[in-house]
Design a protein around this ligand. Sequence first.
Ligand code: AVJ
Length: 701
Amino acid sequence: MSSVSTDSRAAVAAQLAEARAATFALLEPLSDDELARQWSPLQSPLVWDLAHIGHFEDAWIGQRVGGLSPVLEEGEELYDAFRHARDGRGGLPLLDPAAARDYLCRVRNRSLAVLGDESLGAEGDPLLEDGFVFGLVLQHERQHVETMLQTIALAGLLHPGGGPRPVPGSGDVLVQAGPVRLGADDAWAYDNERPLHERELAAFRIDATPVTNRDWVSFVGDGGYRRRELWSDEGWAWREADGAEAPLGWGDGTVRRFGRDEPLDPDEPVQHVCFHEAEAFARWSGARLPTEEEWEKAAKAGLLRGIGEVWEWTASPFVGYPGFRAFPYPEYSEVFFGDEYRVLRGGSWATHPSVARLSFRNWDFPIRRQIFAGLRLARDADPIASLLGPGDRRAALEADVREGLASSPKRLPPKWHYDEEGSRLFGAITQLPEYYLTRREREILEAHAADIAAASGADTLVELGAGTSEKTRLLLDALRAAGQLRRIVVLDVDEVTLRESVARLAAEYPAAEVKGVVGDLERHLAELPREGRRLVCFLGSSIGNFDVEHRPRFLRALRAAMAPGESFLLGVDLVKDPGRLVAAYDDAAGVTARFSLNLLSVLNDELGADFDLSTFEHVPRWDAGRELMDIRLRSREPQHVRIPALDLEVDFAEGEELHTEISAKFRRERIEAELREAGFEPRAWWTDEAGDFGLSLSAAV
Ligand code: AVJ
């Protein structure tokens, strides 16, 4: 042990003695019978843990380092953790409590001799570097003290025990995007904490304090344990099998603690919840569990209060860090790597400080509740992801205007109608007596939203275009009523509209995760979030705005962005009496005309153009050959328009028409053929009573 000084030898000896005193003190109040019983299939008999502590110490110090033979012949067979599952340990011929204590003392005497042997470790055994093996044995014993406390609590044995201290307070903190140094290189850190490495994390929010009993009471009161939509499939299966209605040990306003029912302290962190419960609670709160990386970053930055009261479930499966090397043996961590376990962080009131370091990674099955575990909530810093850079919109507008006004006939794409005023005017259009589309589509959704929810089997609704959220609500309600709704994704070009829409949806559907994507329907479909089983909705006959070449391109791009089996709900306005069609785009109140002319205001506002709106008129025509409404702005007089931002001047002849929008009208056969062509399989078709509007549900195949 060349690398360990005499001083540190004395310090290690003192720590070993202290740990042992804690172990014996823990078990002291219990009778031999209580120590020997197998109280639960989840936990070993206490007397097994006790002797196992000795066995582990003997195996690593006496045998491995000291080169001695085992103190107990059958030690390996009885007390190696991998020989027998916990539920089978009660049936083994275990040492009785007195013999176990004696075993521990004999092992300890040999360990102290090894510790004092100056000749050991000269050849640079990594186990001995900085006394690692003693750190291993010490932490192991401290961890078993906590395991034994779990057993004592689960058994309901009378015991001084303890519990988490209250951590009142609320609120969350913003952790900015950027790097975090994860893990540790302390001499006694475990292999799973190594190597110390850096990771980039996106910005996130995390609660300053753990979830309390008060919070959990609201969750229970709000039917948290009965609402299927809050639970993952695996979580719900656990809940159904277990029948859980509250955390382990909860009574009516009480909590059972070491054999006594105590009043529930609302400010205490909740404990004895499993990962599945933690996850359902987070979803109910409109939040999520932090990843272990997020937890560690916030903890190391000193932003978290109440660390060390309860273990905190994280969203992370237990896997090795990049560059992981098993040390001193794969059985410590590596054999547990995989997605069967979830990582817990922080340590509980029962965890010794030598174990509760900020890099320490505990792990357990997601169904475990006997551990002293609770949770803390995290959220995405911003539910809005922007795929359009700050300059992108402007660049696209400039390109479209330059190209459109240079072509003959002059044209502008309809998407530029929708600035704030344009969106407001379109909202007004949907209320007009002549504009039947919105009402008819709503009529269909009112009748069939439940069918759509069932047929799609979706847990995620993706809405293309935030403007239609109002009708989407019918679908969201149906998904929620069916217990399916987990996620809502809204895509829109306009960030302001999108933020409002996302905020409203998040408030109305607190159990769902709501995300917004600022993006362009023609460019960004492939970048839509892919989680869940999605129902993509494109309502309002917005598809009518695409011209004949763009429509198939859009449908194919959408199909490519979807997984087989996901659903696509498309609303289309149907071919009908031209008189009614023209009226819908040429209303008596002149709202549609103002909507059309607003396109010129957009150019005036954003590009400094000098269009005089009074010199243009709104001209909607029914094109019977192409079956579409063809909407134009006609210049009443010859004129010259300047667009300074583009350094562009444009002439309009008297009567010259600027093409601003088409609104295609559909027939069932044609749109279904187009869907098939793009790789969708039409599954259902509904119309309103009058047959004005159609809704097509298809599956990506
Ligand atoms: C939003 C494209 C569905 O075509 O009916 C309404 C736009 N333009 N009145 C439509 C619109 C003029 C609307 N869409």
